[in-house]
Ligand binder design. Structure first.
Ligand SMILES: Nc1ncnc2c1ncn2[C@@H]1O[C@H](COP(=O)(O)OP(=O)(O)O)[C@@H](O)[C@H]1O
Ligand SMILES: O=P(O)(O)OC[C@H]1O[C@](O)(COP(=O)(O)O)[C@@H](O)[C@@H]1O
Ligand SMILES: [Mg+2]
Length: 488
C-alpha cells in the first residue's frame, strides 16, 4: 500500500487499482497519542453483536457501476465503531452547532449526538452552541444532556438556533480552545462544511487534539457525493400537501391552474421528486432546465394545450428556476445573503403574473392560484425514515470522532455510511442532470415540453468522452457533466 496526496487529499493505494481517499486522523499531526479500548466492548447492547466493529480496511466504493475495463475507482473509509478509541470518555468535551437554513431532522441529529455520546461512550459533557457559527464567540451556550434533548426530535427547526454569515475561523477556534472543547459536531450545508474545513485546518495548525466532524444538511439535496441528505424525504412528502391543494383548487375552477413553488436554489430535486411522487403535476420547472414562455415549444403553448385537454393543470416550480428570465428587471444589482448566497426573486409570483397577463391578452378565462409552501415544508419535524437516517448519521459521526478521525463529513455513499473528506463535499454541488434517466422519467410522466430546441447539440462523441473521464476519476453518476446544449 502507498500513501500520497496533497494537503487536501490523503490517498492510499493498494493492489488491483484500489484507491482510498482517506480522511485526516489526529495522529497525523499529534504523535504518540494514547488509545483506549472502545467502551462499546462492555456495553451489553453491542458486545453481543458479532463483528460489530468496523474492520480497519473496510472501504466504500464511490462508483458501484463498473465496466469490464474500468478502474475500481475511488473509495472512502467506512463509518462505524473502531476497536480502539483516541479519547477517554471522561475527558471528552463535545459541542454541537447548527448553521445555514432550516431542514427537517436537525433536532433529531442533535438529540442523537447527545444520546449517542452518553449511551454508547459514556460522554457526559456536551455543549450546544447557539445561533450558528457566530454563537461560538458572540452568543450563549447551553449544556445538553439526554434529558434536555429527549423530546426535541418531534419538533421542527433547531433548538440551538441557526444563522448565516458570522464565520470567523480564528475567533471560533479561540473559543473552542478556551472552552476546552475536543470534539466539534457541525451540522450544515455546503457553506457550513466549507467553514468546518477552515476550522479543521486552523485546529491542525495549532496542533490541538480536537476532532471536527461534519453532518451534511441540505433541504435542497444539493450536496454532492452523498446519496441524499436528511430531511429531503420529509420535504418531498410535505410538498405533496401543497400540490394536492393546488390540484383541488385547479380542478374546481374553469381553466384552473395551480402553481406551487418549492425550495431549490440551484438544484431542483425537491420539485423533481415531488412531481414524480404526486402524479397530479403537469409541468415541473427546475433551475437546471432553462425554459421559455412564448412561441412554439414554450410554456404558454403547453398550458393552453393542457387546459384544452383536461380543463385544469398544476405547475411545480423550484425557486431557482427561470431566474435568468428575471435578470433584465434586476438592473444589474445582485443581492446576497449574509453567507454570500445569491438572493432570488420570487419566480412563482412572477410566473403567475405572466401567465395571467398572457391569457388576458388571448381573451381566455383562467383561474390561477399560487401556493408558496416553502417555509412550511422546511419547518416540519422529520418523518420516520429521516429520523432513522439522522440517528445513523449522528452515530457514525460519534464513532468517527471517538476513533480519532477528524476533518470529515459523514454521509451515505451507495447505501453505506462513510467518512468523506470535506473538500469532496464542497468542491461542487449536486444538481439534477437533465440528460440523465431520472429527468427523462419525469418528462415522460408529465409529458411536458423539454424546452430544448432542434438545435440542441447532443454529440455522441462528447458524451462518450465525458463518461470515460468520469469512470477514471471516479465521480458519482449524480454529477455527470451536462452535455452541450444550445438554447434558442
Ligand atoms: N466559503 C465559506 N467559508 C467559510 N464559511 C462559510 C463559507 N460559506 C458559508 N460559510 C458559513 O457557513 C454558514 C452557513 O452557510 P450557508 O451557505 O448559509 O448555509 P449552508 O451551510 O446550509 O449552505 C454561515 O455561518 C456562513 O458564514
Ligand atoms: O430564507 P433563508 O433562510 O435564507 O433560506 C432560503 C434558502 O434556504 C434553502 O432552503 C437552502 O438553504 P441551505 O443552503 O442553508 O441548505 C434554499 O432552498 C432557500 O433558498
Ligand atoms: Mg448551501
Amino acid at each position: 500500500m502507498g500513501l500520497s496526496g496533497t494537503s487536501k487529499s490523503k490517498i492510499v493505494t493498494g493492489e488491483a487499482g484500489y484507491v482510498l481517499e482517506d480522511v485526516p486522523h489526529l495522529s497525523d499531526y499529534i504523535p504518540d497519542l494514547p488509545t483506549y479500548p472502545n467502551p462499546l466492548k462492555t456495553n451489553p447492547a453491542y458486545s453481543v453483536v458479532k463483528q460489530y466493529f468496523v474492520h480497519d480496511d473496510d472501504t466504500v466504493a464511490l462508483k458501484i457501476i463498473a465496466h469490464k475495463s474500468s478502474p475500481r475507482g475511488l473509495h472512502f473509509r467506512r463509518a462505524g465503531p473502531r476497536q480502539k478509541v483516541y479519547f477517554d470518555p471522561d475527558d471528552v468535551h463535545a459541542c454541537i452547532v447548527t448553521c445555514g437554513g432550516l431542514c427537517p431532522g436537525l433536532n433529531t441529529v442533535i438529540r442523537e449526538i447527545v444520546c449517542g455520546l452518553e449511551h454508547m461512550y459514556g460522554v457526559k459533557k456536551v455543549l450546544g452552541i447557539e445561533g450558528g457559527y457566530k454563537g461560538f464567540y458572540s452568543r450563549n451556550t447551553v449544556p445538553l444532556s439526554p434529558k434536555v434533548v429527549n423530546d426535541i426530535h418531534k419538533r421542527g427547526g433547531t433548538i440551538l438556533g441557526t444563522s448565516r454569515g458570522g464565520h470567523d475561523t480564528a475567533k471560533i477556534v479561540d473559543s473552542i480552545q478556551d472552552r476546552g472543547i475536543n470534539q466539534v459536531y457541525i451540522i450544515g450545508g455546503d457553506g457550513t462544511q466549507k467553514g468546518a474545513s477552515f476550522i479543521f485546518e486552523e485546529i491542525k495548525k495549532r496542533g490541538l487534539k480536537v476532532a471536527v466532524a461534519g453532518i451534511p444538511k441540505t433541504i435542497d439535496n444539493d450536496i454532492s457525493v452523498i446519496d441524499k441528505s436528511f430531511g429531503f424525504d420529509t420535504a418531498v412528502e410535505e410538498a405533496q400537501r401543497a400540490i394536492n391543494a393546488a390540484h383541488v383548487e385547479a380542478e374546481s375552477g374553469e381553466n384552473g391552474i395551480g402553481v406551487v413553488k418549492v425550495m431549490g436554489r440551484y438544484s431542483g430535486f425537491i420539485a423533481m421528486y415531488a412531481t414524480l411522487a404526486s402524479r397530479d403535476v403537469d409541468c415541473c420547472l427546475i433551475p437546471e432546465s432553462p425554459f421559455y414562455l412564448e412561441g412554439h415549444g414554450g410554456l404558454f403553448e403547453f398550458i393552453e394545450k393542457r387546459l384544452k385537454e383536461n380543463g385544469h393543470m398544476v405547475i411545480v416550480i423550484a425557486e431557482g428556476a427561470g431566474q435568468e428570465l428575471l435578470v433584465e428587471s434586476r438592473h444589474g444589482t445582485e443581492n446576497k445573503d449574509a453567507s454570500g448566497n445569491k438572493l432570488l426573486r420570487d419566480i412563482g409570483l412572477w410566473l403567475s403574473q405572466k401567465i395571467k397577463d398572457h391569457f388576458t391578452k388571448r381573451k381566455m378565462l383562467i383561474n390561477l392560484k399560487y401556493i408558496d409552501p416553502t417555509y412550511m415544508i422546511r419547518a416540519v419535524p422529520s418523518n420516520a425514515s429521516d429520523n432513522v437516517y439522522c440517528t445513523l448519521l449522528a452515530q457514525s459521526a460519534i464513532h468517527g470522532a471517538m476513533a480519532g478521525y477528524t476533518g470529515f463529513t459523514v454521509g451515505l455513499v451507495n447505501g453505506r455510511h462513510s467518512y468523506i473528506p470535506f473538500h469532496r463535499i464542497t468542491e461542487k454541488q449536486n444538481k439534477v442532470v437533465i440528460t440523465d434517466r431520472m429527468w427523462a422519467r419525469l418528462l415522460s410522466s408529465t409529458n411536458q415540453p423539454s424546452f430544448l430546441s432542434a438545435k440542441d447539440v447532443v454529440e455522441d462523441k462528447k458524451e462518450e468522452e465525458a463518461s470515460s473521464q468520469l469512470l477514471s476519476n471516479g465521480d458519482s453518476a449524480n454529477n455527470l457533466v451536462k452535455k452541450e446544449i444550445v438554447y434558442e
